[in-house]
Design a protein around this ligand. Sequence first.
Ligand code: SF4
Ligand code: SF4
Length: 262
Amino acid sequence: MSKMGAVDITKVSIDAKFYFKCHKGIQCFTKCCSNIDILLTPYDVVRLKNRLGLTSDVFLEAYTDMNIDPVNSHPHAMLRMGDDKDRKCPFLSDEGCAVYTDRPANCRYYPVGQGTMKKDGKDGPETEEFYFFVREKHCIGYNENKQWTIKSWREDQGVDEYDKINSTWKQLQLRKNLPGKTLDENKQFQYSMASYDLDRFKRYIFESDFLNVFDVDEETQKKIKEDEIELIQFGVKYIKFIMMLEDSMKLKKDADKYKKKR
Ligand code: SF4
Ligand code: SF4
């Protein structure tokens, strides 16, 4: 077993039991909403920007920083914390979380952490989820007497829906680039647009030469026009294609006529 600060990275199963209760009257209420780093998933951004009535580009500009992973060069959005000494979450109010029913997946999991690792599967590499506990000194919810399993905690916090929608994107984050390749700025831009800036991505699909280059059937077009969850899944396919990981998109016969560097 090894420990990194408050994180006990002993892997535990979904049936692991723990005592915990978090409520408004608890002494440490909202202490967990400062001095933290929260990685956002595509579905987090969809929920938050819709909650705030913002377009994805305005939300990203106002509330996130786009970081580039130094190892695999993939972009990922982090919730931008306040620049005060406590680095408070922008959604923290005197009453608690102002976006509670649309809070990000990482906030829902807390004080449970969730990770994904690669393992060898029957048909090649597969991903496996694992869990661990985050035990920060200020969090006294562990002293309460309500018992959970990680499974029942996940259900209670509504995290299953998030994981289901984000699973293909999370797998993508673990994919390696082609040997010796890092993503150039154009590919990083496309990757972040297709992950997070979904209003822009939709315009790119329907208002550029995209549909002259890629063969996208009518039914898929209808789905991605109307449903942002379908658009997230389509975005993952597009990213796999631009990273040359899979032939996940079909090019039209005369695509070369329309292809240009964007
Ligand atoms: S620190 Fe722990 S118990 Fe306190 S509000 Fe945050 S999650 Fe709840
Ligand atoms: S989004 Fe809500 S729950 Fe998450 S850190 Fe911010 S205030 Fe806390």
